[in-house]
Design a protein around this ligand. Sequence first.
Ligand code: NCD
Ligand code: ZN
Ligand code: ZN
Length: 352
Amino acid sequence: MTEILRLPGLVDVHVHLREPGQTEKEDFSSGTRAALAGGFTTVCDMPNNAEPITTLERLEAKIALAQQKAVCDIGFHYGTVGDNLDTFAEAAKHSIGLKVYLNNTTGGYTLDPSRLKEIYAAWPRDQVVLLHTEEDTIDIAIASLEGLSRPVHVCHMPSRVVLEKIMAAKAKGLPVTCGVTPHHLFLTENDVERLGVYGMMKPPLKSQADQDFLWAHLDDIDIFESDHAPHTHADKQAGAFGVPNLETTLPLLLKARAEGKITLEQIIDKCFTNPSEIFGLPTDDSTYVDVKMEPYVLHNADLQTKCGWSPWDGEEMPGHVTRVVLHGQTVYENGTFPADLHPARVLTPFAS
Ligand code: NCD
Ligand code: ZN
Ligand code: ZN
């Protein structure tokens, strides 16, 4: 008999929905439909838009667009390159976290790491600061945690060396959490030859040994974050970093479960319980997702994401989302959305 799973509505605290400014890549409508199709009912959108979300005006304008177009619950991370600390207190009321880039990535909004302490002091201390770090910036990130009493989340663990340093920081009791993406768990540098530009993202794919280390230390990784980072084919050809993931994260994790690498409980912990707790997001018992464990082949043409491609095109997945119920209403069923889809709730942390 075909197994049916009922999961809580999943939470993805790391997506790039590109609106406003780059709606040729994705927008709130297509991006949140991709979320629902992938089993996510809550997403948190990153601030590295074409015009970065580093002013109250831009944050307000973005929220207004999402209120009109998003079809799942959505929260926003505010941005900084160090010149807007006077806006933090007000921005935080409408944001989930503050995102800081310590490396160059899409948008190029890199913060001078010597400013970190000042940034931490200015952002409300119960709300998370998220860091983009890589091998060359992890030491300065870890050093910034010393003596700190506020939550910091380090995004997308790519490699053994980075995760080991996070594990050491956690062992010292520093207030840090971390996440991992599907691409770092399911692709390695060996896939880059086959995928070409579609295997390019920040942080880059690493070795099989690095990936094995991530799998062996899943208990030290708090959350799965998709880092859904859609780009057009033309932008990828021109060197843009990032891959879409809202519709592949859950199927890939179910594949790992079928292979005995992860339990359903771990999937729920890292895609629902932990992200909700860490980021203070509301949960709702009348929000859930049904998954049918029936194999299918993932095709680019079937994706909701506007970019229309995935590194896993053509791959067999063991199960798919058949139904999503959001606040008691069916919002996705067997590949279709109801005509009267209700607009999203815009979330702020610790509100419910
Ligand atoms: C992200 C994007 O395109 O916005 N790209 C990526 O390769 N991950 C930015 C980021 O998360 O670093
Ligand atoms: Zn990043
Ligand atoms: Zn990202």
